[in-house]
Design a protein around this ligand. Sequence first.
Ligand SMILES: NC(=O)C1=CN([C@@H]2O[C@H](COP(=O)(O)OP(=O)(O)OC[C@H]3O[C@@H](n4cnc5c(N)ncnc54)[C@H](O)[C@@H]3O)[C@@H](O)[C@H]2O)C=CC1
Ligand SMILES: NCC(=O)COP(=O)(O)O
Length: 337
Amino acid sequence: MSTPVLAVTTGEPAGIGPELVLMLAAAPAPLPGRVVAVGDPDLLAERAGRLDLDVELRVLDDDQEVPAPCPGVLPVWPVALRVPAEPGRLDPGNADYVLEVLDRAIAACREGRAQAMVTAPLHKGVIIEGGHPRFTGHTEYLRDACGIEEVVMMLATRATGRELRVALATTHLPLREVPSAITIDGLCRVLRILDHDLKRHFGVRQPRIAVCGLNPHAGEGGHLGREEIDVLVPALTRLREEGLLLDGPLPADTLFTPRHLEGADAVLAMYHDQGLPVLKYAGFGRAANITLGLPIIRTSVDHGTALDLAGSGRADTGSLRVALEMALEMANASRLS
Ligand SMILES: NC(=O)C1=CN([C@@H]2O[C@H](COP(=O)(O)OP(=O)(O)OC[C@H]3O[C@@H](n4cnc5c(N)ncnc54)[C@H](O)[C@@H]3O)[C@@H](O)[C@H]2O)C=CC1
Ligand SMILES: NCC(=O)COP(=O)(O)O
């Protein structure tokens, strides 16, 4: 069985993505899997020169085989920048470049030329300003590109001993829109995807999922909000009848304590900033973001574009390495199943 090909999108050209990929390629430890970077080769050459990284870029056509990992060598599927890129300076003129990079990696996964895609960070705001007002992130872009109704964002870290996995019922939307975005049917879809993909990708035979309430104290019996009574409990009751193992809805501040986390294979948080601060506190730089429910495998870093560090070579490559390792494990597992 040949080593899986991992297509790594280099992300926002003014951010740290390009240099993180180069730093890993220059490191003595071989990259996990047959990695091919997707991005502008001249940009990568410029960043390598700026940081004095000794990396040989090998530009490949789509039909050329991606070589086995070799320290100091980085295969590249080329996509041309639209306008020159300066570290730390966003330019909406490159929004279409960032999206073309993503499209190339998605196509490669769907056509079987890559077995997974791993994304370096992009900047959501500059893509919106570059003419894509509905863009909210990779997760939703991948959902739409793959023509499916629902995907689930989950971040995972092994920094905590037992793997901590936090999935989200809602992703990138203003806080005031969260309560109405949580519906019985939507929650059921999210939890079914989470249950299914914990089995498919992570080898958990009968996942136990702990579900956060939305309101303080999970609504305090309806006195601090009714979403638990009207939406969460009916959704969980329906899914328990289907055989899913679910705890909750539990107050989020209680759920994220060691005793409750010990028994859970994953936590479902109701919104972005309910779940991700806990995960990042536990394992920032050693976590990966995984999109569940897709027909392809996608992992990503746990951080953003870090414009303040771009071009300095001081950004930490830890999360990108974890994202690559997880993508490789998932690609290998899916070939065995
Ligand atoms: N996967 C993705 O594409 C993601 C993209 N973003 C986007 O990134 C942009 C900037 O977001 P921020 O909230 O400022 O978060 P950020 O993660 O870019 O930066 C937050 C802080 O963490 C530091 N940091 C980030 N990555 C680091 C690394 N690898 N090594 C050392 N320090 C690091 C930064 O220097 C900064 O101080 C936004 O547009 C956001 O949407 C954010 C998260 C994930
Ligand atoms: N906070 C996570 C994040 O913003 C990543 O989003 P996505 O681009 O992976 O959808």
